[in-house]
Design a protein around this ligand. Sequence first.
Ligand SMILES: Cc1cc2nc3c(=O)[nH]c(=O)nc-3n(C[C@H](O)[C@H](O)[C@H](O)COP(=O)(O)OP(=O)(O)OC[C@H]3O[C@@H](n4cnc5c(N)ncnc54)[C@H](O)[C@@H]3O)c2cc1C
Length: 421
Amino acid sequence: MTDVLIIGGGLAGAAAALWLADLGRSSLVVEARARLGGRAHSRDWGNSGGPVEYGGGWIRADHDQMIGLTQRLGIRLVPRAEITGHSYFRDGVWRADPAEDMATHESAMANFLADASGMAEDTAPPRMIHGMTLQDYLDHRVYPASVRREIMAWWSISGSAAPDVVGADEYVTPKLAKGLMIKLEELAFTAETGVASIAQRAIAASGAGTVLGDAVERVEDLGGRVRATLASGRVVEAATALVALPVNALSQIRFVPSLSPAQNSLRRSGHAGRALKLLIRAKGPQPGHLATGETLGIRWIYADRILPDGTTLLIAFGLADDIGEPDRATVETVLNAAFPGAELAGFDWHDWTQDPFARGTWVSPVMATLPAYAPEHWGLRGRLAFAGSDLYSAEQGWMEGALLTARAAVAALETCLQQDL
Ligand SMILES: Cc1cc2nc3c(=O)[nH]c(=O)nc-3n(C[C@H](O)[C@H](O)[C@H](O)COP(=O)(O)OP(=O)(O)OC[C@H]3O[C@@H](n4cnc5c(N)ncnc54)[C@H](O)[C@@H]3O)c2cc1C
């Protein structure tokens, strides 16, 4: 019998397949989509001359698991373009400064960064942040519009949920104390062959069997083995199983016996991550230029690189509910405002919030649900282990988090399999 049934062929499931193979364990990966990678979704876009990242893309220099795995799989990392300029949207126009009254802006921004820094010590003023939504916090501090715009611009590439449903302490963290720009500076590398190639190569190297395009609908822990029933009616079995799914996709699976109360509460509430990552091609913008602020829901735009056809690839973010369905007029308005004279050549995106196998972008916990993500709730349960970047790890929400949780799950499954001997 196969040792481990891996449910979900994203980075967590794929890395687990490889690391299980290192231990001499066999696995079968069942993936709902016809492709591997999940929210690591790299594909050519017209004549882009290589993959463009529709989902996760940037790898931090301290993401040791990601760097180690790409090296092992022979995938080259490409540095992000240097930041060459920054413009800010205010009063309907993009400008060189975030505010007309820079003294007020800078003193309010200093207060924000002091709150962020103070969260480390949990000292008096920041403590009030605990228990507040991000929206309550912004209102409470009475920040000028320029500071709110900057905070929300960086939030849209960071937390990605509506500010009235997430806790302020999700964002106002010591990591931000050095400034908001640190968020872009952290995003050091992309993968030359696309991050989806990490999942594809890891599974190929593991020798795992794969079933693609067939969603798991029911998982039964039968004591000595695990059985999964797929949408096609096919039934597969293994000694154990790894559930490597987005938290927001768990509700589509019936678990027998039922998951624990904490797991079920998270399965019901889900997370609130609803970013929209918009890919734009335009003639004119110089790579390295960043624009932050807000136009028609777009809050953050970065000119990433020149494509083989001479157009620039721009990566933009906002909250999906603020943007709605991006259309040509919206994209043209935003582009022309941020990069005067730029000529729109095309735009594209993947709607992660409507995607039935993601139902959201990266994890952004609804306020007060954070304890349900804790590792003690997602350890081995019978013959099931759990992994995925949505679950708690030191790098929760990142591709690195997917790998960290996969490492822990592989160790737990190995213990379970050894007990069978
Ligand atoms: C727009 C966007 C931008 C991002 N940017 C970054 C970034 O720059 N850097 C970074 O580190 N991270 C980023 N992330 C986050 C990162 O992409 C994810 O955290 C990571 O890829 C998640 O990996 P995973 O394996 O945990 O989950 P997933 O990739 O979601 O994999 C789960 C798999 O399970 C499958 N599945 C779902 N339901 C079923 C079912 N019933 N049966 C079988 N299979 C099922 C899915 O199809 C999927 O393939 C971004 C995410 C998005 C969406």
